[in-house]
Unconditional design. Structure first.
Length: 289
């Protein structure tokens, strides 16, 4: 009897958190999306990687499959809902199910964002289209499937920039980031509404709010700070990135894409069955809610 108990404990230990789950990650081929994809795969999920960079998505899927995971990939532009619908159909045909949706695809602004202090109309149009309408399109493409199966986990990638306004200093101020910050705040409100709408169908909807991660988006932000603040003129982009982290984060260090992936994996797992409508900061304490 003791041996049977030990065997049972051993089996539970070996079971991966997301075993037998299927996850779709938009913008999943690089940056935060790549980190989320890798962590979900390591936790046992089959992953469907979609991105406007189809070749990068294919390369990542090949790496995951060669290391013992289970991945597919494809082209998706989240502004084009049909491309998401087609990819969801592909997921169902390949895996037979879809349990987890991670709307992650995002942009910081339009062309030449980093060289400007002030926003232009293109910044608003592109940022709202991708960061907000793109999330809406993604959720619309999966929620009927989740409703019919009476289960689902939606984990939206927002930003701590979508929280209350804050600044580092007078010299760092410009309004070029306004469209991005507004889009991320809107996504948090949309998440709240979805949690209310979809809760009766046993669907959990939450968001993760990353802090500062060294990705192409934050390199563009660092470049923009150099444009706005002459004190940064002789610093590298990464030195600016670290300098601002030390100013605003009690832990004093940047986050990684895998840090965000770990938070997503928890919110996508059975361990979070009673958590919905929440926006979780993963930002080293830069903002506290």
């Amino acid at each position: 009897m003791i041996n049977d108990l030990l065997d049972s404990v051993g089996m539970k230990t070996m079971t991966k958190l997301l075993e037998n789950k299927v996850a779709m990650i938009t913008g999943g081929a690089s940056g935060i999306g790549e980190g989320v994809t890798k962590v979900l795969s390591e936790k046992g999920a089959s992953v469907a990687i979609c991105d406007v960079n189809e070749s990068a998505a294919k390369i990542l899927a090949k790496k995951i499959n060669s290391s013992g995971g289970n991945a597919i990939s494809g082209y998706v532009d989240v502004v084009d809902k049909k491309s998401i619908d087609d990819f969801v159909s592909y997921i169902i045909s390949e895996f037979g199910n879809l349990n987890i949706c991670v709307p992650n695809a995002g942009v910081i602004g339009s062309k030449d964002f980093s060289s400007r202090k002030d926003y232009n109309d293109s910044d608003w149009e592109m940022t709202i289209d991708v960061n907000l309408i793109g999330v809406k399109n993604t959720v619309d493409s999966v929620k009927d499937n989740f409703i019919s199966s009476k289960e689902g986990k939606i984990v939206i990638i927002s930003s701590h920039g979508g929280r209350k306004p804050r600044g580092i200093g007078e010299k760092d101020r410009g309004n070029v980031q306004h469209p991005y910050l507004v889009s991320k705040a809107a996504v948090i409100q949309y998440m709240h509404l979805l949690a209310i709408e979809l809760g009766p169908y046993n669907i959990n909807v939450n968001a993760v709010c990353p802090g500062r991660i060294w990705t192409p988006i934050y390199e563009a932000i660092a470049l923009n700070h150099k444009e706005v603040n002459s004190d940064y003129a002789n610093m590298t982009n990464y030195e600016i990135f670290i300098d601002q982290i030390k100013k605003v984060m009690p832990l004093g260090r940047p986050q990684t894409p895998e840090d965000i992936g770990n938070a997503v994996s928890f919110l996508a797992s059975p361990d979070s069955s009673e958590i919905t409508g929440q926006a979780l900061n993963v930002n080293g304490g830069a903002s506290m809610n």
